[in-house]
Design a protein around this ligand. Sequence first.
Ligand code: ATP
Ligand code: MG
Length: 707
Amino acid sequence: TTNHLRHVESMASLPSGAGKISHLNAVILGEALASEENDFVFPSDDFSRQALIPSPHKYLEMYKRSIEDPAGFWSGIASSQFYWKQKWGDQVCSENLDVRKGDIKIEWFKGGITNICYNCLDRNIDAGLADKIALYWESNEPGFDAHLTYSQLLHRVCQLANYLKSIGVRKGDAVIVYLPMLMELPITMLACARIGAVHSVYILLPHKIVEKLDCKPKVVITCNAVRRGPKTINLKDIVDAALVESAKNGISIDVCLTYENQSALKRESTKWQEGRDVWWEDVVPKYPTTCDVEWVDAEDPLFLLYTSGSTGKPKGVLHTTGGYMVYTATTFKYAFDYKESDVYWCTADCGWITGHSYVTYGPMLNGATVVVYEGAPNYPDSGRCWDIVDKYKVTIFYTAPTLVRSLMRDGDEASCISNLVYTLKYPVQNYVTRYSRKSLRVLGSVGEPINPSAWRWFFNVVGGSRCPISDTWWQTETGGFMITPLPGAWPQKPGSATFPFFGVQPVIVDEKGTEIDGECSGYLCVKGSWPGAFRTLYGDHERYETTYFRPFPGYYFTGDGCSRDKDGYHWLTGRVDDVINVSGHRIGTAEVESALVSHPQCAEAAVVGVEHEVKGQGIYAFVTLVEGVPYSEELRKSLILTVRNQIGAFAAPDKIHWAPGLPKTRSGKIMRRILRKIASRQLDELGDISTLAEPGVVDQLIALADS
Ligand code: ATP
Ligand code: MG
């Protein structure tokens, strides 16, 4: 940590009032736009003054304590802010993170007895939040919505928990969940947690997964269908097919509890298997609205969740209860500078980790009001997000770069003929600026590096140059934020995730695993453990050790590349597997993509390496253009020139491949491993594409390969 502390110490010596730092060529929020020339973007004095962490100095003080005495730091938070039926044993944390010293083991608060559902609901209700809105639900169709207060939510959770108990679900049993963004999804997660059952939420086509499941689930919870944008997706059909597949692998499901999502599909039209399938609405509401809590050990499993599958087959990540609870709540609070009056909206689906930690658990543990949106972010048009922001007076808006880029691409509605009606109604207004967005206070980004140009658009246009952006770097495996801005604490740099969260010690190592200092670039690892860390890969501790702890013994290896600049800021450069080596220059995919996206006619870009006779590897770029811009030779040249000017001749793409769309995981990440196969024309080796959001784009890309 000494390196990191030094960097932050030099930051901390800066005065916290932004206006005073003229020599840094500073931009003050609200006074100027964040632009290319200006490195730093400062929170306004007003923002900092009210912030939980108002200065680099305050951050440094807490960060130091968290590193010098992790046990004291975390147990202080755990005991003062959560309910424990029984306190943990003598050791707050017991760990072995070094494969050379035996099996990897991480335990936090072992022996502590608690329940995360109790801490989300009962504890907050006892503290006076019974009538506070817990969930606002917004339907895919504008005009349809619902909400639940904390006490109403508790009632719903208890009814489902009682039902699950009645069909024999016990502590430690796995429950498979395949639900869209209805209130029933967080309700289900909380109900499982209440009775100590282990939820496993899927966003993927479940048969690919269920066949591998050795957790022997008895129950699947799903709904008949969902509307996403103009489409209706019959989830129940997908589940049915998955259950046929899993039966072949010896997994038989006793009950398929199905929620009737009436706006999407009526029960008469739903395929049904008597004896196995049960309508949620027919059984759950009949159960009592109170349900005793199953008290569990801090190290009892809470959930099993598969990673996005960007780099290969998804990995079954197992999180336990106590450490995860303390970590998600604390990261949520500080990274979004949470206030009781906030209305928080995270666009992520609960089927991936962001929805676990930052739709359900983190916010609910803080007693926050959370917006859950069922539908597509650009339905009925690209203004929907801001419509929702205005409707619920959202103050914290957390999303992914992919959404930012796609909304940015849609740009001025006046230029879209398809939106002629709106154009007449709102002449020459922008999809964004037609809405007020005044309530917004903090913005957030997760999932991929956010390109500086997308950052600026998000900051300047969406946030009105007023809202700091928390660019949170973390992983399914880490449970919660690892490197993230604390919005009031220090100036931001567009595209940098800034500094580590409390208790996190990021280190950058070279190929040999030696820590490197100062301005540097290399493999991102983490030293020591933090409470939210995953404990194993389900059923495969060996793979857990091999993937994460063997590459650089003594450290947790993230798989990501990272560079640290002269001011100590961290810049994620993409996955190390994706690094391209051109004539000896190591180039991160993120760098080239950012340069391409900064071109005004480029909406999105994905870069991969291909074999090159002379250079070793060549750069192959897939480019999606802004709506309505035609492909042309001239544009191709101008894109290449942009990269050449911004990075250097060595980074200039050898090939630009026009891409109407890019293959993405359901969580919105670009799947470069598929692009690599397309680029090298190994079309029969595309691998597992089951986690793609729209597998059809692959064929489109292949069709355009030589145009
Ligand atoms: P798999 O591990 O199955 O290949 P995945 O890594 O995409 O899939 P996730 O756990 O959902 O699965 O994503 C974590 C990864 O997302 C990180 O390792 C990093 O590459 C990327 N990421 C997440 N947030 C950020 C961020 N703010 N900046 C840069 N990269 C990010
Ligand atoms: Mg990963």
